[in-house]
Design a protein around this ligand. Structure first.
Ligand SMILES: NC(=O)c1ccc[n+]([C@@H]2O[C@H](COP(=O)([O-])OP(=O)(O)OC[C@H]3O[C@@H](n4cnc5c(N)ncnc54)[C@H](O)[C@@H]3O)[C@@H](O)[C@H]2O)c1
Length: 259
């Protein structure tokens, strides 16, 4: 029996790619598609894979209509929190790629997420390995100055990226609590801090660099994604993995990939 997948944000950049990947995968079945735009349009047609007989349903009907094994959410932070709570209430497992959650959002997610869920700010296999590498590098070069730079397309709403914030979290886990400085302006001598910079422009899919800077040398570790398929492929792996998990909880791609 194929895993029945519903998608929220099905008319978005990532949502359309998830629809395409689900439709093209024999182990999965596109059960439903939700968005607040393009309502009534065929989700497959929107995704460029031809009509699949699954019309986009308005997201306001998620609570009354959701019927799937796994809900994949790539929307926006406020919307995703609502969608997570609705899916959990209905016993539908989750794969969530949406970023930009505040501490308040996380509090609600943890309260209501009573189903198995993979929530990751980056589903690419490469970025998950990048996180492991920067952890190792921080263990070896923790006394160096640490800086994080990310570059994304001009349409990205949140900054810095969830991936950059996760990188900062990993660095702090290794080197201890440090002040995080989001960009610099004016008189700002460097203290024991981690600087974070966000560049926005064009159609850059997603690039992240962590700098380990010492006196007379530096190491730069960079991950570049040039196709959203890097994220979609990982999200599909997560859908298949979570469909077999029975223990409720919030899992990461690290669990999916066994890193
Ligand atoms: N985790 C990852 O690997 C990864 C990769 C890329 C993007 N993202 C994140 O995924 C999110 C979406 O990115 P995008 O580039 O596809 O954005 P997008 O703006 O192209 O798509 C978002 C879609 O969500 C829809 N939407 C808004 N509110 C909704 C609701 N309540 N219910 C259902 N649909 C709703 C919008 O109409 C839009 O079609 C962002 O937070 C982005 O940072 C994560």
């Amino acid at each position: 029996m194929p895993v029945k997948v519903a998608v929220t944000g099905a008319a978005g950049r990532m949502g359309k790619l998830i629809v395409k990947n689900v439709v093209e995968d024999e182990e999965l079945e596109l059960a439903q598609a939700f968005d607040v735009r393009e309502v009534g349009r065929d989700a497959g047609e929107l995704a460029g894979v031809g009509s699949v007989g699954v019309p986009i349903i308005h997201a306001s009907e998620l609570e009354s209509k959701l019927n799937a094994d796994v809900l994949v959410d790539f929307t926006a932070a406020d919307a995703a929190v609502e969608n997570i709570c609705i899916a959990a209430k209905k016993g539908v497992k989750l794969v969530v790629g949406t970023t930009g959650f505040t501490d308040e959002h996380w509090k609600r997610i943890k309260e209501c997420c009573s189903v198995p869920a993979v929530i990751s700010p980056n589903f690419s296999v490469g970025v998950n390995v990048f996180w492991e590498i920067i952890k190792k590098c921080a263990e070896l070069l923790g006394s160096y100055d640490l800086e994080v730079l990310e570059i994304h397309h001009r349409f990205k709403k949140d900054a810095p990226s969830g991936t950059a914030l996760k990188a900062v979290e990993i660095l702090k886990e290794v080197v201890g609590e440090r002040k995080v400085v989001m960009g610099r302006n004016g008189i700002c001598p460097r203290e024991d801090e981690i600087g974070v910079f966000a560049i926005r422009g064009g159609d850059v899919v997603g690039e992240h660099t962590v700098f380990f800077i010492g006196m007379g040398e530096r190491i730069e570790i960079t991950h570049r994604a040039w196709s959203r398929q890097a994220f979609a492929g990982g999200a599909i792996k997560a859908v298949k993995w979570i469909s077999k998990v029975e223990e409720p909880g919030i899992y990461g791609m690290k669990d999916v990939l066994g890193l």
